[in-house]
Design a protein around this ligand. Structure first.
Ligand SMILES: Cc1cc2nc3c(=O)[nH]c(=O)nc-3n(C[C@H](O)[C@H](O)[C@H](O)COP(=O)(O)O)c2cc1C
Length: 323
């Protein structure tokens, strides 16, 4: 797939996920074969006001050659200025968030609220496109609500405004993250525009990735929650698409090793205090489905140190291997 002149080789992208898909997790997913990753959303206002947190959210790791920085906001001028700053960090693509359903974002006119104002969405896109040299992509939803599925209208306007690719999360804002995902609307968007379309929503394994491609005809797939506690999903998708082989999840020992590596990197990037607190949710995802997970999750909830995590993991492995 080509986003403007930027070439992406592979099949699947890691979705932008605030509070989750940070540098440590994105680089881990790349190691497992994610062909493209998108940063957590960054406030355009925060960027233009030199907010330290916004600056750090825009930082890409050494291995993030195929990555976008995602910005959100609703003021064309500020979005354009923020895009210039994002470009100066060296990211090869900038993505605009027009899908976030959170009241904090949509309530202020950004994210999915732009689905209700396609003309403003197009003006923002046009301004941002003309402010920078890197390609601009936009991530949208199926619509604001079921009665107004306007993804096709949005996508055609955004293409005209200069967007180089569109990601469609096949849900409405009203649905938040609830099923079902509307694959037909993604298919309709793909038919309506010439730029690449990235299909997103409920891809949890190689077969659901294949289904997204087959049903919608999209150019590329994007995996969100299916990668949480399971970064190896990208290896599984790649293996299936290249050789038709379904590979199982790694054994528990390997899964726990991956988790430890992930958390170690998280602590290196953010320091032990923040790292261990953020580790709690990741650890809970990594142990999902293992024997005795509920009890371990309680222990994980008060995780303070890396040593404590290692000792819980030993117990998780022992419990999983009990005959
Ligand atoms: C914890 C979390 C944080 C998210 N943050 C963002 C974000 O920063 N920007 C964005 O465009 N979408 C965000 N999303 C939406 C995802 O990118 C994706 O569109 C959605 O989860 C649907 O894909 P999935 O069914 O594969 O999870 C977030 C989703 C989750 C679960």
């Amino acid at each position: 797939m080509k986003i403007g002149n930027f070439e992406i080789n592979g099949y699947a992208a890691l979705a932008p996920m605030a509070g989750v898909a940070d540098r440590a997790f994105r680089e881990l997913c790349i190691e497992f074969g994610a062909a493209y990753v998108v940063s957590e959303m960054v406030s355009s206002k925060g960027i233009t006001m030199h907010d330290r947190k916004s600056d750090s959210l825009m930082q890409l790791g050494e291995t993030e050659k195929s990555a976008a920085v995602q910005i959100f906001g609703c003021e064309p001028e500020i979005m354009a200025e923020a895009a210039k700053k994002a470009e100066s960090t060296g990211c090869p693509v900038i993505d605009i968030n027009m899908g976030c359903p959170a009241p904090k974002i949509a309530g202020n006119g950004g994210g999915s609220a732009l689905m209700k104002d396609p003309d403003l969405a197009a003006r923002i896109t046009e301004k941002v496109v003309s402010a920078v040299n890197v390609p601009i992509t936009v991530k949208i939803r199926a619509g604001w609500e079921e009665d107004n599925l306007n993804a096709v209208h949005m996508a055609t306007l955004l293409e005209k405004a200069g967007a180089s690719a569109i990601t469609v999360h096949g849900r409405t804002r009203k649905q938040m993250y609830a099923p079902p995902v509307n694959l037909d609307i993604i298919r309709q968007v793909k038919e309506a525009v010439k730029i690449p379309v990235i299909g997103n929503g409920d891809i949890v394994d190689a077969k659901s990735a294949e289904n997204m491609l087959k049903v919608t005809g999209c150019d590329f797939v994007m995996v969100g929650r299916g990668a949480l506690g399971a970064p190896w999903i990208f290896r599984q998708i790649n293996e299936y698409f290249e050789n038709g082989t379904i590979i199982p999840d790694p054994p528990i020992e390997e899964r726990m090793k991956v988790m430890l590596r992930h958390i170690k990197q998280l602590c290196e990037n953010k320091g032990d205090y923040i790292g261990m607190r953020e580790a709690r949710k990741h650890a809970a995802w990594y142990i999902k489905g293992v024997r005795g997970a509920a009890a371990f999750r309680q222990e994980i909830g008060s995780l303070e140190s890396y040593d404590q995590l290692e000792s819980i993991i030993n117990k998780v492995i022992a419990a999983a291997n009990l005959i």
